[in-house]
Design a protein around this ligand. Structure first.
Ligand code: FEO
Length: 395
């Protein structure tokens, strides 16, 4: 069912409470998500984005309750990824000639996904669609987070349609930021930024400043996932500017995997050393094989330093740590320090491998890390504590 935002704009998306994995298995969505689509009715009518394919028929069926599909004059696809364009083939079966407004890269992604020669109209920053008393202005936003991404702004209603930016994988029937649990909302918004937008932080800052310089009044920010920011919409813009600036809190994360508990004991001794040196620092220990990988990434995002540990196995590292390091490498964190640790029984290569990987991830590597042979005894644990105290002193 549609939900009216204003007399001219109606939310016509899908709330997906069942979604637990996104981007294949790359992103956990314990709180579900939504695919937000918006219908603007003025002298001309425009549909902005659609929903993911599993809900295509439901989407079109519900849309028909809102409007005779033939009365949709334009479709705008801000971004071609399938969670927003997946219902296009079903919709276009009904209205095959309706023009689809998107960026030039949007045409590439839509043709690449659906192999259809629809009536594409490419737009650039500053182009506008006259709707009657209102106007939809397009703003290209490449790499936020795909090359095809754009935003659009509806004059008169003062609504900024931001697609993935400012979104959250957060299912709610309540629709707006001021009527949901604030801690949950910001937890999901931060996780979303950390796991999806971090590599593009310099572009986030640049694009936000570009849009702010236009001085447009914004009453609502309508992203393509999660809640609509209607109460002080500038708050999420300010949060993004903060997160994009090599964000960190007074936190040190210790991430490890362990075969027989020796590397875990090292992790705990490192934590004790850090805390003994700095009682104010937040220390979090996470077993990479047991904790949600995206939650670990979020904690790393919040950290000033990261310690990564693994037992040595087959002259290498445990697969959970290897997979996590690959995720971290792609996210391009900046301004954080890191070091490796790990136990071993024979050859002991894990710490060297992790140290090299941390450098490749762009961390400021503190030193060659710390190893413990077999199960660490009291002396080895004391060395770990001393190492932890040193990490706590790093600024
Ligand atoms: Fe929500 Fe990049 O798709």
């Amino acid at each position: 069912m549609g939900k009216a935002l204003t007399s001219k704009v109606t939310w016509v998306g899908k709330v997906d409470w069942e979604l637990k994995r996104f981007h294949g298995d790359e992103y956990s969505t314990q709180k579900g998500s939504s695919y937000n689509s918006y219908l603007v009715r003025d002298g001309k009518n425009v549909l902005i984005d659609t929903v993911w394919k599993p809900y295509d028929k439901e989407f079109v069926h519900n849309l028909q309750k809102e409007i005779d599909l033939k009365e949709i004059d334009f479709i705008v696809i801000n971004h071609g990824e399938v969670d927003h364009s997946g219902a296009l083939p079903e919709l276009m079966r009904h209205i095959p000639d309706t023009p689809i407004y998107c960026t030039a890269n949007g045409v590439k992604s839509l043709k690449g996904h659906y192999h259809q020669d629809w009536n594409f109209v490419t737009v650039k920053t500053g182009d506008a669609l006259e709707l009657g008393s209102t106007k939809l202005i397009f703003v290209e936003a490449p790499m936020l987070h795909w090359p095809d991404t754009m935003f659009c702004y509806l004059t008169g209603e003062n609504i900024f349609f931001s697609n993935d930016a400012f979104g959250q994988h957060y299912a709610t029937e309540s629709l707006y930021n001021d009527v949901v649990d604030t801690a949950e909302l910001y937890g999901e918004a931060l996780k979303y930024y950390a796991n999806i937008l971090t590599p593009f932080s310099p572009l986030v800052t640049k694009k936000i400043n570009e849009v702010l310089s236009l001085g447009l009044p914004v009453d609502m920010i309508c992203p393509s996932h999660g809640v609509i920011w209607r109460d002080e919409p500038g708050q999420i813009i300010q949060a993004y500017l903060k997160w994009a600036a090599s964000y960190q809190e007074n936190q040190i994360s210790i991430v490890y995997d362990t075969m027989w508990g020796a590397t875990r004991r090292m992790a705990e001794a490192l934590a004790a050393g850090i805390r003994s040196q700095d009682a104010d620092v937040t220390v979090k220990l996470m077993n990479a094989a047991k904790e949600d990988k995206n939650d670990i990434i979020t904690e790393i995002f919040r950290s000033k330093s990261v310690l990564v540990g693994s037992s040595t196995i087959n002259r290498g590292i445990l697969h959970s740590v290897g997979g996590l390091l690959e995720m971290i490498r792609g996210l391009k964190f900046t301004g954080k320090s890191a070091a490796a640790f790990g136990s071993y029984g024979w050859s002991g290569e894990s710490v060297g491998h992790i140290t090299a990987a941390l450098a490749d991830c762009g961390f400021r590597v503190l030193d060659e890390g710390i190893k413990a042979l077999w199960m660490p005894d009291d002396a080895a644990l004391s060395q770990c504590e001393a190492y932890g105290r040193g990490v706590a002193e790093v600024r």
